[in-house]
Write a protein that binds this ligand. Structure first.
Ligand SMILES: Cc1cc2nc3c(=O)[nH]c(=O)nc-3n(C[C@H](O)[C@H](O)[C@H](O)COP(=O)(O)OP(=O)(O)OC[C@H]3O[C@@H](n4cnc5c(N)ncnc54)[C@H](O)[C@@H]3O)c2cc1C
Length: 444
């Protein structure tokens, strides 16, 4: 592939075409709006009814007829989905080397970064189509994926041809109940069942469209969910289950903790700590350029005391009061804390081998709280891809012209998602977005 100058991307104003999207809800399915009979065996959304034993998300709808297309747009690169990964892919494709140069954006708070990048690439000539939802990929026989057909807000169907590649960056499938249950069963099959809240990180539409043209899914077992608790549930010096015993190294990442929680009697976990812990917690700054953005001990204490007032935390001089409040056996809890304090004095956790630097004696007055049910932020598995982000078939052949990045792509996580690496998922989205942009621009 020859290197392209920026001119190739902005020629004709089509540039690195990116199908952006402000929201999926409220958009009527294209086939329904068109009023045309897509297929005799198709349902209202054009999808065939699955037979017994068939996995519904794998059933391809009847192909959209050429006559239904109202507009055809030709670009070098088409990126479906402009979230965390797609925006970086578009930036790197059109800017070519954004991370070694100054984009001229100045300091942009994390929360505004994607918006700033979108504005930047639009200025560079990217053709961004908001509220366009991809419906089907166009694959020529067993050959190249050459285009994607998307529906705009009115349901009008448009074909976006990507001469260099089509990139699926449409996020996760967690809003598709059947896919969730099949690929990420920890979220649905656990002691708290449907109490696990789901964030909307995608309906799997881009993934399904790739499967319909021959793509396959990551196939190394269940996909790990990204599990978290609310911010009030992140403090823990000592953690016990309903028997009053410790059961884990309290420094384990949140997703690991969630898996452990599901395995405790009744899913119960009670955290204990004290005032001194406000100074013992490692300070985490939220701004690389300004360490003072870390919460200060007095701020933490004020927050904890406010949560006591709200009844979310409790504060007590006696462990017996905590045991009574959370229905724990008082004698076992007292022994657990005594043993833990012994580990602190010895500098060695004889049971769970917690990092000695984080063994802090637990003395009265105590704070305590019961951990809620965790939420699942996303499912960390997707399409089977190779190191070049090409979507692979069942026989491990790359589908020419088709790429997947971000949560739509699999083969990055197995068994567990580690929250111990800050920005683990976003970092991957940025990195593979950057790489695919460069690759399609002929720079890699
Ligand atoms: C509350 C919360 C907190 C998080 N915190 C962290 C964190 O601290 N660190 C971390 O690393 N990760 C975190 N994550 C995860 C992180 O947000 C995701 O890993 C990341 O956003 C995934 O990027 P993506 O590009 O794959 O998908 P997304 O960012 O979800 O982008 C996908 C885009 O595609 C669009 N789209 C979907 N389907 C179509 C279609 N058919 N046609 C056109 N467009 C479509 C969507 O509307 C969306 O804009 C968090 C997630 C949540 C929910």
């Amino acid at each position: 592939m020859t290197a392209l100058t920026r001119r190739h991307f902005i020629a004709g104003g089509l540039a690195a075409g990116a199908l952006g999207l402000a929201g999926l809800t409220g958009c009527a399915p294209a086939a329904e709006k068109s009023g045309e009979d897509v297929s005799a065996s198709a349902g209202a959304d054009g999808a065939a009814t699955p037979a017994a034993g068939e996995r519904p998300w794998e059933i391809a709808p009847a192909p959209i007829a050429e006559g239904q297309i109202t507009e055809t747009v030709e670009s070098d690169v088409v990126i479906i989905g402009l979230g965390a990964s797609g925006t970086y892919a578009a930036t790197s494709a059109i800017d070519q080397d954004p991370y070694n140069g100054d984009l001229g954006l100045g300091f942009v708070p994390e929360i505004d970064l994607l918006g700033a990048l979108l504005g930047h690439i639009q200025d560079k000539g990217a053709d961004i189509r908001f509220k366009h939802t991809s419906q089907q990929l166009v694959r020529n026989g067993g050959g190249r994926v050459s285009a994607v057909i998307a529906a705009d807000e009115t349901g009008a169907l448009k074909k976006f041809v990507g001469t260099k590649g089509i990139v699926i960056a449409t996020g996760s499938y967690s809003q598709d109940a059947a896919m969730l249950e099949y690929f990420c069963p920890m979220v649905t099959h656990n002691p708290v069942g449907d109490k696990v809240a789901q964030f909307n990180m995608g309906d799997g539409s881009g993934i399904k469209q790739a499967l319909w043209v021959g793509g396959t899914m990551q196939n190394n077992g269940d996909h790990p969910p990204m599990m978290f608790w609310g911010s009030t549930n992140c403090i823990k010096n000592v953690m016990v289950n309903s028997t009053g015993r410790r059961f884990i190294d309290e420094n384990a990442g949140q997703s690991n903790f969630a898996a452990a929680q599901f395995n405790q009697p009744g899913g119960t976990m009670v955290a204990l700590w004290n005032e001194a812990y406000a100074s013992q917690l490692p300070a985490i700054s939220y701004r690389a350029d300004d360490p003072s953005w870390a919460a200060k001990p007095e701020e933490l204490l004020a927050k904890w005391n406010a949560l006591v007032e709200e009844g979310i935390f409790m504060k007590a001089d006696l462990l017996d009061d905590i045991a009574a409040a959370y229905d724990l056996p008082a004698d076992v809890l007292a022994r657990t804390v005594e043993t833990y304090n012994g580990y602190c004095a010895a500098g060695e956790d004889g049971e769970f081998h917690k990092n000695p630097a984080t063994l802090h004696e637990l003395t009265a007055p105590y704070f305590a709280t019961k951990y809620d049910v965790p939420a699942s932020l996303a499912c960390m598995g997707g399409l089977h891809v190779n190191a070049l982000s090409q979507v692979l078939t069942e026989t491990e052949e790359p589908i020419v012209g088709l790429y997947a990045i971000g949560l739509a792509a699999g083969d990055f996580y197995a068994n567990q998602y580690s929250t111990r690496f800050a920005g683990n998922s976003l970092g991957r989205c940025m990195t593979f977005g950057y790489l695919i942009g460069r690759q399609l621009a002929g720079l890699e």
